[in-house]
Design a protein around this ligand. Structure first.
Ligand SMILES: [Zn+2]
Length: 272
């Protein structure tokens, strides 16, 4: 995974080196970048894309101020509920839920194309192989919380919701080595107790979504069938038997859609 410094075009954005050591570092960095770009260029064809995914702009120096969006539950001390990130950058975010399908080809594709994404894991479908998700994290993706058993939160008591959320915070911290900052309620269903429980477990943001990707189509939350700056795209870890395609078919569709509409796929955690 290649990080900053990038200009949006993918070119190096560095000033003149000031000293030999800096110059050496810069040239080593440039070599590494060059190799990564070569891998990426080759990958574009092998993953049947006609264009490389656009490079996300540099992350904002200061993360945007988040507020709960209209129509959602809000209150003092509760994490904001959002469906998109407030930004004018032509960037959208890919989030993958649950964790049942653990396709090694997904890891290879995201690594070769250098696409950031965030996985929201439910324990009961992920736990047979948390190693898969550790690799994912090591390769640059981020891991977030999607409950222990994938129940509809509003049907549970506050104590039960706390257990669903906090236990998965603890499990992911133990399995992945990092405590999530985000919780996405299963089915997007939540009530005030969900937000209370999430806050108590250290959750800072509750991201929902504006569009959903499948292996063969996009479903749009808005009527215009278009991406908008900061949109959060939802999809799932699913296999051929579940949606008539593979994880990599789904990614190809998302990348094509984003690229055609002039959007890069960015890292949600850079903004939120
Ligand atoms: Zn789910």
């Amino acid at each position: 995974m290649i990080g900053w410094p990038f200009s949006p075009s993918g070119a190096l954005a560095l000033g003149a080196p000031q000293a030999r050591t800096v110059s050496g570092l810069v040239s080593a960095y440039a070599d590494r970048l060059d190799r990564a770009e070569q891998v990426r260029t080759r990958a574009v064809g092998s993953w049947k894309l006609s264009k490389a995914p656009l490079r996300a702009p540099a992350p904002p120096r200061k993360k945007p101020e988040l507020a709960t969006e209209r129509g959602h539950i809000t209150g003092k001390g509760l994490p904001p509920v959002i469906t998109q990130v407030p930004t004018e950058d032509k960037v959208v975010f890919l989030t993958i839920d649950d964790g049942a399908e653990k396709d090694p080809e997904l890891l290879r594709m995201m690594r070769e194309l250098d696409i950031p994404y965030s996985s929201f894991l439910t324990d009961y479908v992920s736990r047979d192989d948390y190693g898969y998700f550790r690799t994912m994290r090591e390769e640059g993706a981020r891991i977030q919380n999607h409950s222990v058993t994938h129940k509809e939160m509003p049907r549970l008591s506050l104590a039960e919701q706390r257990k669903e959320i906090c236990d998965q915070q603890d499990t992911l911290e133990k399995e992945i080595g990092e405590r999530p900052t985000m919780f996405r309620p299963p089915y997007g269903a939540y009530n005030r107790d969900t937000l209370k429980a999430a806050a108590e477990c250290g959750v800072e943001v509750v991201p929902l979504w504006t569009a959903e990707a499948f292996a063969d189509r996009m479903e749009w939350g808005r009527g215009d069938g278009k991406l908008h700056p900061g949109d959060i795209i939802l999809t799932h870890f699913r296999g051929k038997g579940q949606w008539g395609g593979s994880m990599t078919d789904m990614v190809r569709l998302v990348v094509r859609t984003a690229t055609e509409q002039g959007y890069a796929i960015g890292r949600l955690e850079d903004y939120v």
